[in-house]
Design a protein around this ligand. Structure first.
Ligand SMILES: [Zn+2]
Length: 152
């Protein structure tokens, strides 16, 4: 699964969570749940896709942060961070030669993947849908926040 899609789903989980701690925990859970859904994966070109995906994912986090109303920003950020954390083994192994997680966790994480080399278009479609849903919810929340209160 592209990290960008974990970022976007983490943003949605964070928005739905009552606070930052639950948002982070639900973000981590969402990562593993989403990894069980059939998705793209191709070891032959993994790095060629992972590096731009990581940069796009970071850009997506910045965009979500900027477009989220102030009252929800911390829990939305916590949801995105939790949703990305389980894939920290990939850059850590690349740069430091080892995963930060116990081997049993990494093995289980690899075991739940249902990857196909043919599903990259599906990843892009999911990302586009994620952007639309995140943007719509942020705009709706922004409109609610801007509305004058009746308690006047
Ligand atoms: Zn994963």
């Amino acid at each position: 699964m592209l990290i960008t899609n974990h970022v976007l789903s983490g943003a949605l989980v964070g928005r739905a969570a009552p606070g930052p701690v639950s948002a982070f925990a639900l973000g981590v859970a969402s990562h593993f749940a989403i990894d069980t859904v059939p998705h793209w994966g191709d070891d032959r070109i993994f790095l060629q896709v992972a590096v731009p995906d990581g940069l796009v994912g970071l850009g997506a986090m910045a965009w979500v942060w900027r477009t989220t109303e102030a009252s929800a920003r911390v829990r939305v950020l916590a949801g995105m961070a939790g949703a990305c954390l389980p894939d920290a083994d990939k850059p850590s192994t690349l740069f430091f030669g080892r995963s930060p997680f116990p081997a049993a966790v990494d093995e289980w994480h690899r075991g739940i993947q249902r990857e196909s080399v043919r599903r990259l278009p599906q990843e892009f479609a999911v990302a586009a849908l994620g952007v639309l849903v995140v943007r719509r919810l942020s705009r709706a929340a922004g409109r609610r926040a801007a509305r004058p209160t009746s308690s006047g």
